[in-house]
Design a protein around this ligand. Structure first.
Ligand SMILES: [Zn+2]
Ligand SMILES: [Zn+2]
Length: 152
């Protein structure tokens, strides 16, 4: 019984070796094709975005004190001087306003669904108050402005 079992085991092992080598060949081939495709896509992307060294980030900031509205590119124009994150700010996307040097400037990007600009990080709920009326209702109850007149 013993030798027979060993023999069967050896045959099975050999069969498995052949099987795994065949399997290995295929993923390697697929990996090569995949890497090539990835390289081509990367080349196309770099060609289509060529010329722009850094992606342009553009959306308004709104100050809760002077109510100034200005583009994030104004803050980014001089990052070292302009990005002054208040110590107790809930997010490092908030900066001391570069207009009044007192208020907090909040990001107000457009909702990807309805396009409404609304203030982020001001009530801890980043959802759009137009798409989610419950967010608007909760903010109103707390007296928080999510869509300031200056951004309408
Ligand atoms: Zn201000
Ligand atoms: Zn929305």
């Amino acid at each position: 019984m013993g030798p027979a079992r060993r023999g069967a085991g050896a045959r099975t092992g050999q069969a498995m070796n052949e099987f795994s080598i065949d399997i290995l060949k295929t993923p390697k081939g697929m990996l090569a094709v995949g890497l090539f495709a990835f390289g081509v896509i990367g080349l196309i992307v770099s060609l289509t975005t060529g010329g722009r060294a850094t992606p342009t980030v553009s959306y308004p900031y709104w100050c809760n004190k002077c109510h100034a509205v200005y583009d994030i590119s104004e803050l980014n124009a001089n990052k070292a001087a302009n990005w002054r994150v208040p110590e107790d700010a809930p997010s490092d996307s908030i900066a001391i306003c570069i207009k009044c040097n007192e208020g907090w400037a909040y990001p107000a990007p457009a909702c990807p669904v309805c396009g409404t600009h609304h203030i982020l990080h001001i009530d801890g709920d980043g959802r759009c108050p137009v798409c989610y009326p419950e967010v608007a209702a909760a903010a109103k109850e707390k007296g928080i402005t999510l869509i300031p007149d200056e951004l309408k």
